[in-house]
Design a protein around this ligand. Structure first.
Ligand code: FAD
Length: 462
């Protein structure tokens, strides 16, 4: 079986490896760098900056309280940029090695279908190669959404890609879009002393997450003097002597925000053009490739689509899991992945993480809901770490005691959420969390206490 994979991001390269493991002859086509958005301009580089931001703010704000005196603390932006590049390169090289060891043929070039079993690859030097295949996996990813704001292309208006590699730290940045990416950049730049303003059209930041955990982030942002404008729409951006003026309409009328840089982070859009999809009959709806979510098959039987390009949940681990599912469907294997519980994380200060239904979603779906909430100020490890701002919340079906969702704001939330994911996957009841012994002293104890709080039996709450 010869399978062509188009796109070397976490959807494409993982699918290629799984296909090779299952015995397929695999060709992986990538027009840019292996690793895609995630490794090169997404998950990894943002987290490198966030890691240093976290250390810097701890040393600056809380260092003395922790017993650390760091005089003349300075950020070396260039060293940080070099470290970011080194980590990205190290990870990309690791994947290149895996591609070789799995005997996958890698071609650098742009792929375009010219038939249901034929693809043309144009290499950077203009050479054209045609490959005949049995099956194909499309994993072309997504790009930042553009908005029809007048003068949006003014110098100084950037996307997340440029925000990762600015030559120097700006004095001020206005972030349009208070979703996950916008909030992560707000955390990064504020830690480095930049004046940060967030403009969000919706009534709240990170609208997909449980209000109780978003409130913890808003409290921290307010304490950090990040200016947040919700229910606010950008009308125009114009250049001024000191940078840019962003004209916005707020519930209280029109306002102007002055900023050196404007970061546009209003979401991402699937890449579906110029790949020859319409010509071979692959169905596209609302700008994304339509797939059967049980197999990842498109409307053309031998062609599959995984990751951001199919417009599902735009997360790297979802792309990779879909890549595995597509490979297993192609090779006639029983699926090894289950999409019941998909954790999501926001790597801000404090971190937010979520899996399953939030309280509002559960009620909207008609569940009778019980919740258990435990604040981190009552957790020993959080106090040791000086990170007592946070909360753990379980949402439970009050008729069956089955866990419907887990939500957390606080240190290591993005790691700890896996306990909630496993609980949901195993259809665990809240009593199964309660009967599981959690180590001491850990932040994990707060999960245990939040589970107890569902029955009003938390030990360390009055
Ligand atoms: P991509 O990673 O976008 O890869 C697609 C690849 O296809 C690209 O390399 C592209 O060059 C190639 N390609 C496109 N067209 C062609 C063609 N015609 N021929 C050949 N090659 C082609 N997700 C998380 O889970 N956690 C995070 O912390 C996180 N942080 C993020 C931070 C930022 C700033 C951004 C922008 C995204 C973040 N994401 C995060 C989202 C994550 O990066 C994406 O969901 C993930 O990369 C999608 O994987 P993919 O394989 O579908 O697409």
């Amino acid at each position: 079986m010869k399978v062509v994979v188009i796109g070397g991001g976490p959807g494409g390269y993982v699918s290629a490896i799984r296909l090779a493991q299952l015995g397929a002859e695999v060709v992986l086509i990538e027009k840019n760098k292996i690793g895609g958005t995630c490794l090169n301009v997404g998950c990894i580089p943002t987290k490198v900056l966030l890691h240093t931001a976290e250390i810097f703010r701890t040393m600056k704000k809380e260092g003395e309280e922790l017993g650390v005196k760091a005089e003349n603390l300075k950020l070396d932006w260039q060293t940080l940029q070099d470290r970011k590049i080194n980590i990205v390169n190290q990870l990309v090289e690791g994947i290149e090695t895996l591609i070789k060891s799995n005997m996958i043929k890698k071609i650098i070039g742009t792929g375009k279908f010219i038939g249901k079993n034929k693809i043309q690859v144009t290499s950077p030097d203009g050479r054209i190669e045609t490959i005949v295949f049995d099956k194909a996996v499309i994993a072309t990813g997504s790009r930042p959404k553009k908005v029809p704001i007048p003068r949006i292309n003014e110098h100084g208006v950037i996307t997340s890609t440029e925000a990762l590699q600015l030559e120097s730290i700006p004095k001020s940045i206005c972030i349009i879009g208070g979703g996950v990416i916008g909030c992560e950049f707000a955390s990064i730049y504020r830690a480095f002393g930049v004046d940060v303003t967030i403009v969000e059209a919706l009534p709240d930041l990170i609208g997909t997450m449980d209000i109780d955990i978003v409130n913890v982030l808003k409290e921290q942002f307010t304490e950090d003097e990040i200016s947040i404008h919700v229910n606010t729409k950008v009308e125009a951006i114009k250049a001024s002597e000191d940078g840019l003026i962003i004209q916005v309409s707020t519930p209280n009328g029109k306002e102007e925000i002055q900023s050196e840089k404007v970061l546009l982070s209003i979401g991402r859009t699937p890449i579906v053009e110029d790949i020859g999809l319409e010509e071979i009959g692959v169905k596209i709806e609302k700008g994304a490739i339509t797939v059967d979510r049980r197999t990842m098959q498109t409307s053309v039987e031998n062609i599959y689509a995984v990751g951001d390009c199919n417009g599902g949940i735009l997360l790297a681990h979802v792309a990779s899991s879909e890549g595995v599912l597509a490979a297993e469907s192609i090779m006639g294997k029983k699926p090894s992945v289950n999409f019941k519980a998909i954790p999501s994380g926001v790597y801000t200060k404090p971190e937010l993480a979520s899996v399953g239904l939030n309280e509002l979603e559960a009620k909207t779906k008609g569940y009778q809901v019980k919740v258990g909430v435990f604040p981190l100020y009552a957790n020993g490890k959080s106090l040791i770490m000086g990170e007592e701002k946070g909360v753990v919340k379980f949402v439970v079906d009050s008729q069956t005691d089955e866990i419907l969702g887990m939500h957390m704001a606080g240190p290591r939330a993005t790691d700890l959420i896996v306990e909630g994911a496993l609980a949901l996957r195993l259809e665990a009841t809240i009593d199964e969390i309660i009967s599981t012994i959690h180590g001491h002293p850990t932040i994990g104890e707060a999960l245990h206490e939040a589970a107890h709080a569902v029955h009003s039996t938390a030990i360390h709450l009055p």
